[in-house]
Design a protein around this ligand. Structure first.
Ligand SMILES: [Zn+2]
Ligand SMILES: [Zn+2]
Length: 379
């Protein structure tokens, strides 16, 4: 995701001082303020853009990361644009291959910044069996807590209504000193005056009543990779709820994959198992049968004299994952004995049977010999 040119948006030089950036922002924010341009979409967009640029360049830490091109990785802006008017965006997975079948992956994530992070959202995504093995594109809609676009999450009416918190000096943290019987104890905690944001808002944003976040329905286009398993959890970083504290990170969207079972296939890792009914004659003489596979039907050769329940393996006909893993397809022969036969068919089969000798039926021959040994005492 390419970074926007925030310097250009604010009309300042890359080497501009913090004061120059601030005064450029104030000038532009006044010029494009929505109060001065009611119902003007262009001005509203411009105002948003200016606020977005200033939210980054006005913050020394964010500005450095922006200058280093790190905003997409660390700024919480990755995957989607929280400032855009439309929320219909394409999202990408992170480290998707580490998450295959990883039901518990999200439980082991580092949570050092938990308090700063918005809540994760769990979304159960139903897939047909074929969608799960071939991969698919899905559009999902859900409600989440999003950054308020009007105030860019600050909760303030405009930049002039944001003051640095006098209690914590803008750090968001305060040191508390307690006298205990063991001496002085110093603890550092979130500032109670500003709630850890380091800022005090004097005039609140009307759109979000000063919360900085709003509930919004979002639509995401997502790509499900081929070979995803039932119960797998795919994580879309930063697509969860926005944090209450604008300094925090967004939560993640956890897609819980639910695959409807197939009537034809059974899956085992990346292999597919399919039971194919084969006529009695084909089993005897050998022949060809149509078999379903991930890419469609294919013709499988049945060797002469195959037994019921015998399994044939077709290498590379199983699931082909996005990672390049290819499974096999196992065909289990289910010999079908005709359910009903006509009189003419019966005659033909009886003629056939008369032509048979013990050589045709080695199992029957062996079985009879074993019985004779048992009862004629030859053993
Ligand atoms: Zn707002
Ligand atoms: Zn404070």
């Amino acid at each position: 995701m390419a970074q926007k040119d925030y310097y250009n948006i604010l009309g300042v030089d890359k080497n501009a001082t913090a004061d120059q950036i601030k005064s450029a922002y104030r000038k532009l924010a006044k010029q494009y303020h929505p109060d001065l341009h009611p119902d003007d979409q262009v001005a509203a967009e411009k105002f948003k853009e200016i606020n977005e640029a200033y939210s980054v360049l006005g913050d020394a830490d964010k500005r450095t990361r922006y200058d280093n091109g790190e905003m997409d990785q660390d700024g919480g802006f990755g995957g989607f644009n929280p400032f855009g008017g439309g929320t219909h965006t394409a999202a990408g997975f992170d480290d998707i291959f580490d998450m295959f079948g990883d039901m518990f992956g999200f439980g082991s994530r580092k949570r050092s910044a938990q308090a700063q992070q918005g809540a994760d959202i769990q979304y159960t995504l139903e897939l047909s069996f074929m969608e799960s093995i071939l991969g698919c594109k899905k559009t999902i809609s859900f409600s989440r807590v999003d950054k308020c676009n009007t105030c860019n999450g600050t909760g303030a009416k405009d930049a002039n209504s944001i003051k640095t918190c006098d209690k914590c000096g803008g750090s968001g943290q305060v040191r508390r000193v307690a006298n205990t019987m063991f001496g002085q104890q110093i603890t550092v905690g979130a500032c109670d005056k500003c709630g850890g944001t380091g800022q005090i808002v004097t005039d609140h944003c009307k759109a979000c009543s000063g919360k900085g976040v709003v509930n919004r329905n979002v639509t995401l286009d997502i790509s499900i990779p081929a070979g995803v398993e039932h119960g797998a959890v795919l994580q879309l970083s930063g697509e969860g709820n926005a944090p209450a504290n604008p300094r925090g990170r967004r939560g993640n969207l956890l897609l819980v994959i639910s695959v409807k079972p197939s009537k034809l296939f059974r899956r085992e890792n990346y292999d597919l198992h399919v039971e194919v009914p084969v006529s009695y004659i084909t089993a005897v003489t050998g022949g060809e049968v149509e078999v379903p596979g991930p890419e469609g039907k294919f013709i499988a050769k049945i060797p002469e004299g195959i037994k019921n329940g015998e399994v044939l393996r077709f290498r590379g006909r199983g699931i082909r994952t996005a990672r390049g893993i290819t499974g096999d397809l196992y065909l289990k022969v289910m010999v079908e004995v005709p359910k009903t036969i006509s009189r003419a068919q019966r005659r033909m089969l009886e003629d056939f049977e008369r032509e048979c000798s013990p050589r045709n039926y080695p199992l029957q021959k062996e079985f009879r010999e074993e019985m004779d040994r048992l009862f004629n005492g030859s053993k």
